[in-house]
Design a protein around this ligand. Structure first.
Ligand code: HEM
Ligand SMILES: *[C@@H]1O[C@H](CO)[C@@H](O)[C@H](O)[C@H]1NC(C)=O
Ligand SMILES: CC(=O)N[C@H]1CO[C@H](CO)[C@@H](O)[C@@H]1O
Length: 326
């Protein structure tokens, strides 16, 4: 091979490798459904005006979808008699029905446009809706990569071990996120999603009752905050009671999460450990103080999260009904 040819070959190889996730692109539907983004945004905005719960509900749904078998809307599949789908795993209990409903409504709006009918995947609609709820809650907006197909399987057993637990330490968090090519910084940025939404009391009860024999309250928790948590979540509380994860600005997508960690107000061990562990503390401090830097990191991390396990070709299809396989 001549040098020029060789160089051209290597260049092509490089382009190919660096775009190996390039099944995704920002203008994927420009020919088939050019207005898809505004159709979805309109449907999501209508849902948002009915209930704020769509915001944390949709955001968490996207995360759980991507971490279990990839961003392929498999989490939206409803269980049938003999198949327990992903959403029936105990880790889902809190997945708010309004998150599912947001995707179903947006899909209906897309399919109401004849040119778009059955052209846009549920997985892409969830990715767009997630971007939209974040900006509706005051967070940054960003261009979403598109071109995911909907997955062909969804089982409760596939969820086992795939989702992070609130008891996780930094090593456990890093090891799970790195399986999806997400860095520690990505993990810390994505955890910033806990600036919104609710948690049920049982997810952190161990930190306010019976932490250790000598000390009922986790010492890394702000003791004043711990007392407030005990008031909101008494022992044997109704298991359906949920409290705000960000006690300061629970309905705004902002960098308050990191300021809370600095004051010992991370609700879960997995939150507070980001500040107590010296390996992640400086990132928390930077984003507590610099909202623009957090937003930039969050956009990058969400984009990489959206590339996890994407289905193309024969590994997926476009579902007619997001909750049922075709
Ligand atoms: C880093 C590890 C993570 C752990 C251990 C974790 C764990 C949890 C738990 C236990 C809850 C409360 C569920 C309940 O009791 O209702 C929750 C809620 C939530 N999580 Fe996470 N999560 C993590 C990362 C993420 C990521 C990466 C996102 C999104 C990018 C996210 C978004 C949310 C949202 C928005 C809620 C509120 C849900 C609602 O109000 O409906 N979480 N998370
Ligand atoms: C605990 O929270 C209070 C306000 O709720 C704050 O003034 C105090 O600085 C916090 N304590 C620590 C150790 O950060
Ligand atoms: C919203 C939802 O589908 N919740 C289900 C989660 O999983 C439990 C069983 O583990 C079901 O009982 C819930 O209905």
């Amino acid at each position: 091979m001549g040098h020029a040819k060789e160089a051209a070959f290597l260049l092509l190889l490089f382009i190919n490798l660096s775009f190996s996730y390039a099944q995704l692109s920002q203008n994927y539907y420009s020919k088939t459904c050019p207005n898809v983004e505004s159709i979805v945004r309109q449907a999501v905005t209508a849902k948002f005006q009915q209930t704020f719960v769509t915001v944390p509900g949709t955001l968490r749904l996207f995360f759980h979808d991507c971490f279990v078998e990839g961003c392929d809307a498999s989490v939206i599949i409803a269980s049938t008699g003999n198949n327990k789908a992903e959403k029936d795993h105990s880790d889902n209990l809190s997945l708010a029905g309004d998150g599912f409903d947001t995707v179903i409504k947006a899909k209906a709006a897309v399919d109401a446009v004849s040119q778009c009918k059955n052209k846009v995947s549920c997985a892409d609609i969830l990715a767009m809706a997630t971007r939209d709820v974040i900006s509706l809650a005051g967070g940054p907006s960003y261009a979403v990569e598109l071109g995911r197909l909907d997955g062909l399987s969804s089982t409760a057993s596939s969820v086992e071990g795939k989702l992070p637990q609130p008891s996780f330490n930094l090593n456990q968090l890093n090891s799970l996120f790195s399986q999806h090519q997400l860095s520690q910084a990505d993990m810390i940025a994505l955890s910033g999603a806990h600036t919104l939404g609710f948690s049920h009391c049982n997810r952190f009860a161990n930190r306010i009752y019976g932490f250790s024999s000598g000390n009922p309250i986790d010492p890394s928790l702000n003791q004043t905050y711990a007392k407030q948590l005990q008031d909101m979540c008494p022992k044997n509380v109704d298991p359906s009671i949920a409290i705000n994860m960000d006690p300061v600005t629970p309905q705004t997508f902002d960098n308050q999460y990191y300021k809370n960690l600095q004051e010992g107000k991370g609700l879960f061990t997995s939150d507070q450990t980001l500040f107590t562990d010296s390996r992640s503390k400086s990132t928390v401090n930077t984003w507590a103080q610099n909202s623009a830097a957090f937003q930039q990191a969050f956009i990058g991390a969400m984009t990489r999260l959206g590339r996890v396990g994407v289905k193309t070709g024969r590994n997926g299809n476009i579902r007619r009904d997001c909750s049922v396989f075709n």
